[in-house]
Design a protein around this ligand. Structure first.
Ligand code: C5P
Length: 403
């Protein structure tokens, strides 16, 4: 079975010279078993005839919102519900603007509003248009609504200029579609445990020590592992995030609770991924009642004790030892510190993350990381945490699953 067998893809085509490449894209998607329905804007039809896409997709091409005959065959709401993915390639500057504004003045934009399917766009335009503040704002807005922005690539353009604005090549788009559907079953029947979020170490019933971890990276990894076919247990510190579909979640508050849950879950897992920002220390004593200012001296000292290192303990196991992955969030000497941690903690692989970078780190939706193991390191470019998670799971699976 191919990776895209029976996957239902609405391929939107907007006006741009790159539309000719979409013909090849349809062919490649169909070769992998996808069911493709093409929707063209009026602008797209100026560049390439619908008949081409009808022949390649094996389905009638949709272009009119208000065509009674087309609506009778498969109406726009039906098409919106049918889609497992809406991919718009090429996506013109105009189309990105309309999507960002939530306009629905033709079939393609209406479909995007009426569908709950994931939306991916492959921008293609002149490089000055791509760099324009208006386009940047539109793309940021779409990204904040979880739209996948694929490309553009840089290079020579049809208009004779050089710069970013070329639509990604069809084979790259197909790879991304496959990744999005996560149907490669890289981790089929594997059991994966992920720790995520911060821990809270209580001082008294109302106060605690904690850190800025949002849990987004760990949750994205749990979702990505699940998409790759794994049975996933997510051990989460206190975060305000929805549980990814199909993932078993265990909520914990402090490091000792996280350790207990992790040790138990690790007994029956193949891959252990420690993405949690576990507090290194906890107060030596937890006051039963709220500590009163009036009972304290002007300079009071807090006595802390070290928390157990959860991931190091799991990596040090002799029996029931899973493939063990840690994270290193650093503000300086990223690779040096990460390599040190890889060795000290006895990990199989470490994901190094510069949390001082403006684009990435704790609260950000984006991240850029370097993966390090005994064989060397590989830097993954900055991407949305959700996309980065898919890539990380691919790397982890390739190292952990040896068959
Ligand atoms: O030593 P440091 O906290 O920088 O190491 C980070 C890595 O170790 C992360 O993978 C984190 O989840 C894990 N860790 C842990 N238990 C701790 C501290 C860190 O599992 N007590």
């Amino acid at each position: 079975m191919s990776a895209l067998t029976d996957k239902r893809i609405v391929l939107g085509i907007s006006g741009g010279i790159a539309a000719y490449k979409s013909a090849d894209l349809v062919r490649r998607l169909r070769e992998r078993g996808a069911d493709v329905r093409v929707v063209m804007t009026r602008g797209a039809q100026e560049f390439i005839r619908p008949l081409t896409f009808q022949a390649l997709s094996g389905n009638p091409v949709h272009s009119d919102l208000l065509d009674p005959a087309a609506e009778a065959a498969m109406g726009h709401i039906e098409l919106a519900r049918w889609a497992g993915l809406i991919l718009i390639a090429p996506a013109s500057a105009q189309l990105l603007g309309k999507l960002a504004a939530g306009l629905a003045d033709d079939l393609l934009t209406t479909l995007c509003l009426a569908s709950q399917a994931p939306l991916a766009v492959a921008p293609a335009m002149n490089q000055v248009m791509w760099h324009h503040d208006a386009t940047t704002a539109n793309v940021d807005r779409l990204r904040s609504r979880a739209t996948h922005i694929w490309g553009p690539a840089a290079g020579s353009q049809a208009c004779g200029e050089i710069g970013p604005g070329r639509m990604l090549e069809p084979d790259e788009l197909v790879r991304r579609v496959e990744r999005l559907f996560g149907n490669r079953q890289l981790l089929a029947s594997r059991r994966v445990v992920v720790t995520a979020g911060p821990t809270r170490e209580a001082l008294d019933p109302v106060r605690y020590i904690s850190n800025r971890s949002s849990g987004k990276m760990g949750f994205a990894l749990a979702a990505a592992a699940q998409r790759a076919g794994a049975e996933v247990t997510l051990i989460a510190g206190p975060v305000a995030l929805a549980t990814p579909t199909g993932v078993k979640r265990i909520d914990v508050t402090n490091a000792l609770e996280m350790r207990d849950a992790a040790e138990e879950a690790a007994d029956a897992c193949d891959i252990f991924i420690a993405a949690a920002a576990v507090a290194d220390f906890r107060p030596a004593q937890v006051a039963e009642q709220k500590i009163k200012k009036s009972d304290s001296r002007d300079e009071d000292r807090l006595t802390l004790v070290k928390n157990p290192d959860i991931v190091a303990a799991i990596a040090a196991r002799r029996k029931l030892r899973p493939f063990t992955v840690g994270f290193a969030a650093e503000t300086e000497k990223l690779l040096e510190h990460a390599r040190g941690k890889l060795q000290r903690k006895g990990l199989d692989l470490i994901v190094a993350n510069d949390v001082s970078a403006a684009d990435g780190g704790f609260d950000s939706d984006r991240n850029s990381v370097t993966v390090i193991d005994a064989n060397g390191c590989e830097t993954l470019p900055s991407a949305l945490k959700t996309e980065l998670a898919d890539r990380l799971i691919t790397v982890i699976a390739s190292r952990a699953v040896q068959e």
